[in-house]
Write a protein that binds this ligand. Structure first.
Ligand code: SAM
Length: 212
């Protein structure tokens, strides 16, 4: 997903009205980053932003923040936002491991993790966005009734996540091993860029929803 050597990416991200460059300054007052004070949902590892743009357009009753670590990837989302601006969607270029420096307790209503990097080596397990270390971070920023939604085509990462989440003290509210053939869980599903790519190859898509 990382697109290398896009020299204008950093500068474009820094100067874009759709990006928040000093996210730590908004800790505890994220409502001020948007025209309307609405519940806040966050996608971590948003890539080129297709999922979040569609979601934000469909749900003007929420505010959305997309987090992406690489400016070269985020650039694609900014280009789309210039064509179809949405007042309830902003982006942050940061590593999600700093999540608790950016969001206060109870500040986030929902977290989306879509096709997160698998980090297959055991010694890198704590970098997986569904590791217990990341769920500890989610615990510190999510509202009491907040949920984490996770989709992937990576079976090993999904099986790891389904085991890891209860270890982190969370419960699985819903789980499917074939989202696109699960009538209930697929209702209103918005495809991400990766989801379209992998499901068109015939890969099943796995999804779970977790809460405390
Ligand atoms: N969610 C998109 C989709 O489903 O099409 C993109 C999936 S891509 C495999 C994973 C993305 O997550 C990459 O763009 C990567 O840079 C980003 N990412 C991975 N770990 C991250 C982290 N710790 N903080 C922020 N972004 C991260």
């Amino acid at each position: 997903m990382r697109l290398r050597n896009i020299p204008i990416a950093k500068e474009t991200v820094m100067t874009s009205p759709y990006c928040i460059n000093d996210p730590n300054a908004y800790k505890g007052r994220w409502q001020e980053a948007f025209p309307l004070a609405l519940p806040l949902s966050v996608e971590i590892g948003m890539g080129k932003g297709r999922f979040l743009m569609e979601l934000a357009a469909l749900h003007p009753e929420n505010n959305y923040l997309g987090i992406e670590r690489y400016s070269s990837v985020l650039l694609r989302a900014l280009q789309k936002m210039e064509e179809f601006p949405l007042s309830n969607l902003k982006f942050i270029c940061m590593d999600a491991s700093d999540l608790t420096e950016v969001f206060d307790k109870n500040e986030v209503s929902r977290i989306y993790l879509n096709f997160s990097d698998p980090w297959p080596k055991e010694r890198h397990a704590k970098r997986r966005l569904t590791s217990h270390q990341f769920f500890e971070r989610y615990d510190r920023v999510l509202k009491e009734d907040g949920q984490v939604e996770f989709k992937t085509d990576n079976r090993d990462l999904f099986l790891f996540s389904a085991k890891e989440i209860p270890v982190a003290g969370w419960r699985l509210d819903a789980i499917t091993y074939d989202l696109h053939h699960d009538e209930k869980m697929n209702e209103g599903n918005i495809m991400t860029e990766y989801e379209e790519k992998f499901s068109s190859k015939g890969n099943p898509i796995y999804k779970l929803v977790a809460s405390r």
